[in-house]
Write a protein that binds this ligand. Structure first.
Ligand code: C5P
Length: 259
């Protein structure tokens, strides 16, 4: 009789420890037009960053939220979180750290601030203030179930073309049309086994604008990344029209449940 296979050792995130969310919020958000830094723009009278912090803290699995603030604005962001303390759950701890020149650097600075007992990490863009708690919980559950990296994502509505970019507004030749059914638009929070994400940040060089997606860095390590269903309300507030959509989502929530 063949010897029984030894059980697979649990992935580190599976073997206990707490979950933290890191929110990179150090970007200027210039595509939104002139005005306050994007994370401090108001939606329904509350700064976008506070919505994003509340969205992470809404998950009972998340016991610490680390906000990565603009390098010269950490004090201001601390004051802001204190001001909205009444709107945030008491069970959650909050930390504010100064960020870097790129998103990749800001995330690494957030990771550096985590206490030792954190074994799973969510990375969530401040620019996605309305992600529902069910999406956050689904990501945490997949990481706690042993996946080293998890991304919420949705199928695409548009067909996507790969082009050869041209200067001066000249028409861009199409190079390829990837099969739409095989593509997904990726959202946040992305969830990680902490050790895997730390290794990705230590290994993948920060070149140019740096990585815009932590999961992509984990892919470069050769580790598996899995997708769970995203949510249409987890969209990224990037352009002026997105502010209108975000206000509409909040108005609907107010009408439905007094949020
Ligand atoms: O600019 P973009 O919308 O892609 O930024 C994604 C997220 O990364 C935003 O929440 C932004 O505040 C953050 N970011 C950062 N540090 C930077 C640049 C962007 O924390 N230097």
């Amino acid at each position: 009789m063949a010897a029984e296979e030894p059980p697979t050792p649990p992935a580190p995130a599976e073997s206990g420890g707490r979950t933290a969310a890191v929110i990179p919020a150090a970007g200027r958000g210039i595509r939104l037009g002139p005005g306050a830094p994007k994370a401090l723009r108001h939606l329904n009278g509350t700064p976008m960053l506070v919505h994003a912090v509340r969205a992470m803290a809404a998950s009972r699995a998340v016991s610490l939220v680390v906000v990565v603030a603009p390098a010269d604005g950490a004090g201001e962001v601390k004051v802001l979180l204190d001001e909205y303390e009444h709107a945030l759950p008491e069970r959650t701890e909050f930390l504010v750290v100064p960020g870097g020149d790129t998103r990749q650097e800001s995330v690494r600075l957030g990771l550096d601030a985590l206490p030792d007992d954190i074994t799973a990490v969510l990375v969530h863009d401040a620019a996605r203030p309305l992600v529902p708690v069910d999406t956050v919980d689904a990501v945490v559950e997949a990481v706690r179930g042993g996946a080293p990296a998890v991304v919420p994502a949705l199928p695409l509505a548009d067909t996507v073309k790969q082009v050869e970019p041209q200067t001066g507004g000249r028409p861009e030749p199409v190079v390829a049309t990837p099969e739409r059914a095989l593509l997904r638009a990726v959202q946040t929070p992305q969830g990680f086994d902490r050790a895997t994400l730390v290794r990705a940040h230590a290994t993948v060089p920060a070149t140019g604008e740096g990585a815009t997606d932590c999961a992509g860095m984990v892919e470069r390590l050769g580790e598996p990344v899995v997708v769970v269903p995203g949510h249409e309300e987890a969209f990224k507030v990037t352009r002026p029209l997105d502010l209108v959509l975000a206000e509409a989502v909040l108005a609907r929530r107010r009408a439905n449940d007094g949020f």
